[in-house]
Write a protein that binds this ligand. Structure first.
Ligand SMILES: [Zn+2]
Length: 244
């Protein structure tokens, strides 16, 4: 989850000016853990899905250290499939009085958890991972990223989806646009990913969308990035019976 869609809710300060006490840390971890329980129930009821209780995600405060200092401010939460852990930034830089953790941040990460659990349960290993992508191809990796973030955004965003904008306008022509520093890359990733997935999700629900996406990677060979994504979406609509 990045901050771009939540700019109105947060005050962003790149470097917190003070540290948490250990008592605060324990309190925040406990709050996050309780929120995970509550939001799992909410997402199960909303989407008719079931989380795997035996693979409950861990929680921790603070983003993973490998996220570069310069881009940490763009992220409010991270789910790592290798450790099955949700990490959230502590609320040091939130506006006074804002609740923490925000339900929509936890929801977004929990959809990643659901996708990961779904894949593991079917013997496909963790999802996403390098096993599901051609790591020599940026287009292949970014296409997977589109799907991963698109599902999480489409399933949880409180902002109504704008159906009047043609899909191609949400998609970058070059996958490099998704890794450029700054908010532009996040805009492509989260808004574009959502635009790719939302009509499918609305029509067939979360579980069928996850099943389809995990078994139908985008074929980026021999096409431009944008036309590969458009072709994938067209085929997905056909396969899932979703009207254009
Ligand atoms: Zn995400």
């Amino acid at each position: 989850m990045n901050v771009i869609l939540l700019g109105l809710l947060m005050i962003i300060a790149p470097i917190p000016a003070f540290a948490l006490t250990s008592v605060d840390s324990l309190r925040f971890v406990s709050r996050l853990d309780s929120m995970v329980t509550v939001r799992m129930d909410t997402l199960e009821a909303r989407w008719g899905v079931t989380f795997d209780d035996t693979q409950r995600p861990g929680v921790r405060l603070g983003l993973p250290t490998e996220i570069p200092a310069g881009s940490r401010w763009m992220y409010m939460g991270v789910y790592r499939t290798d450790s099955m852990t949700i990490s959230l930034e502590p609320p040091l830089h939130y506006a006074p009085g804002l609740p923490w953790p925000l339900a929509i941040v936890v929801d977004h990460e929990l959809v990643h958890v659901y996708c990961d659990q779904y894949s593991r349960k079917r013997g496909r290993g963790r999802w996403p991972s390098v096993a599901h992508v051609d790591t020599t191809s940026l287009a292949s990796m970014m296409a997977l990223r589109f799907q991963v973030e698109g599902i999480a955004e489409a399933a949880t965003s409180p902002i109504p989806f704008n159906r009047t904008v043609p899909l191609k306008q949400w998609l970058p022509s070059n996958p490099k646009q998704m890794i450029d520093p700054g908010l532009g890359s996040n805009m492509w990733t989260y808004c574009g990913g959502r635009a790719l997935v939302q009509p499918l999700l609305d029509a067939v629900g979360l579980e069928r969308t996850v099943e389809y996406v995990q078994t139908h990677p985008v074929n980026v060979r021999g096409r431009s990035f944008r036309s590969a994504l458009l072709q994938w979406e067209k085929q997905a609509r056909r396969d899932l019976g979703v009207a254009p």
